[in-house]
Design a binder for this molecule. Structure first.
Ligand SMILES: [Zn+2]
Length: 182
């Protein structure tokens, strides 16, 4: 377990990264899933250098409020930490942020039970529900209720909705649960 980095994509499909090169994209996907796309931008800058919230705002062009909100999200996920620093000229304080990957790893290891429970819930949901999709516009899935409401017609192209085979997802979820439960 120690060398594996867990990774939950939005649809709860899990992968593990075994090598260091794999770790970065895996880590970044994790950041994106947990804290959103903008958080990834902040993490990329913090990988290079420690920075204050203001410096991050300058670099990214995002509003300071948004940056602070994201940074605290990253803080609560133990991905980032900060140090309070006094600015000599003004006497005010600023917060210098840096990444805390070891804290994040610990967070993930501590969260395994929660992750397993989430995967189990997702598995139950996948097993108990049927999903429909349009063969032409493959990107959207509809629940049975939604498909019924739509009269089993795609809202974009009016083509027929077909049953989506979620067996591969179920299989992946079962494997992930098995790996994490041992
Ligand atoms: Zn369609």
């Amino acid at each position: 377990m120690s060398k594996s980095y867990l990774f939950i994509k939005g649809d709860a499909i899990m992968k593990t990264a075994e090598t260091e090169e794999e770790c970065l994209p895996v880590f970044l996907s994790f950041v994106e899933d947990l804290a959103g796309e903008n958080a990834v931008d902040l993490v990329m800058y913090l990988m290079v250098n420690k920075m204050t919230d203001r410096e991050l705002a300058e670099k990214t062009g995002y509003k300071l409020n948004k940056i602070r909100k994201k940074l605290y999200e990253l803080y609560s996920l133990k991905i980032a930490k900060y140090k309070k620093q006094r600015i000599e000229e003004t006497g005010w304080h600023s917060y210098v942020w840096e990444l805390s990957v070891s804290g994040f790893e610990k967070y993930i290891l501590d969260s395994i039970e929660t992750i397993v429970n989430k995967l189990k819930q997702r598995l139950k949901f996948e097993e108990e529900n049927m999903f429909y999709f349009c063969v032409k516009d493959r990107d959207v899935l509809f629940s049975f209720d939604e498909a019924t409401e739509l009269g089993f017609r795609c809202p974009r192209c009016s083509g027929p909705l077909e049953v989506f085979d979620n067996q591969p997802i179920i299989k992946k979820l079962k494997t992930a649960i098995e790996i994490l439960s041992t």
